[in-house]
Every structure is written in structure tokens, then in C-alpha cells.
Design a protein around this ligand. Sequence first.
Ligand code: ATP
Ligand code: MG
Length: 176
Amino acid sequence: INDLLDISRIEDGKGFELNRQPVDIIKCIHEIVDLFRDRSSKHRFRAYLPKKEIILLLDNDKILQVFENLLSNATKYSPDGGEIQIRGKVEDDQFKVSIKDQGIGMTPDQIERVYEKFYRADASNTAFEGTGLGMTIVKHIIEAHGGTVWAESEINKGTVFGIGLPLIKKGKQINN
Ligand code: ATP
Ligand code: MG
């Protein structure tokens, strides 16, 4: 229900203003990864992140929603378990995060449609519950932050989703 409300807000352009504040993205990722560690004993979560804090201007709740969607997909679509790697680094003018699973993967055709509203690669498979809105919302939230999303996948091997978020430009003041 919340996802549907988010989508309608995104589509009519109303109520999707970001409430951007300085957020330590490293701390934020550690917190959400720890949450999933507790939720899924089947998977090994490995986080490779910078040791220092990295402050970005983010809507904290919406960024949590992004990681919640990405990690829930990574676990849901790797039903046999395996390793889930979370990598983060500063590159060019972005902080880049990738989330890699060893799950069922997607074909090139499926990956091309993954951000479509209500798209589910295998809607007939009732083993995986969902409405097909998670990745639509992820893309909207990241792009609203001036960021980018990308994906790579191989069927029966696994999937990597990546996001890039803009760094705070030097000399720019933080005043909301
Ligand atoms: P929701 O997130 O709304 O509960 P969902 O997980 O089905 O439902 P999305 O998160 O938008 O929807 O993903 C769309 C489709 O893309 C999924 O149904 C699945 O087929 C495929 N998909 C997404 N992430 C992965 C992944 N990590 N591995 C394999 N397939 C994936
Ligand atoms: Mg999902």
C-alpha cells in the first residue's frame, strides 16, 4: 500500500520533495546491513566500505527505503542463500554503492524492464511475493537526488545493482 502511495505521488509530482540533510552514508549502510543480517540467517553479508564517515546531502528515510528495497531483492531472489556483497567507494564525483547477490539472476530482456511499474520477471512464480514497485521507487528516489542507477545480471549466477549519489561539492554550504 505504501509503495502504491509513493508511486502515485511520484507520478503526479506532488509530495515527493526531498528533505535533504547531511547524512553519513557509511553509518546508514552499516545499520541497514545489520538489520538484514538479523533477518536472514541464510545469507552471508559482506560489507566493504570506507572506514571514515562520508557525509552526503540525503533524504535519510528515502535512502533507507532504497537500501531496504535493494537488500530485500538480493535476499528474496537468492532463495538458496549465498553471499551478498555491499561495496561502497568514492569515484569521480559520486559515492557509488553496489549490492551483489548470488541468486537467480535475470536475462538481458528482464533487466531492461526492471524499473517498469509493476514489472515482475517471473510473475507466474508464486515463490516470490511482491508487487513489482520496489525498483521503480528506487530509481525515482536516486534520480531525485541527482544520482544514477545501474544493473548487471546473469541468469542463475546473480545480480549486481549499483547506485551513485552526488558528493557535496567543495565550497558549497550546507544550509537547509
Ligand atoms: P516489490 O519490491 O514491489 O515487493 P518485486 O520485488 O517483485 O516487488 P521489484 O523490486 O521492482 O519488484 O523488482 C522487479 C522484478 O525484478 C522482480 O519481480 C524480479 O523478477 C526482478 N529482480 C529484482 N531484483 C532482483 C535480483 N536481485 N535478482 C533477480 N531478480 C531480481
Ligand atoms: Mg522488490
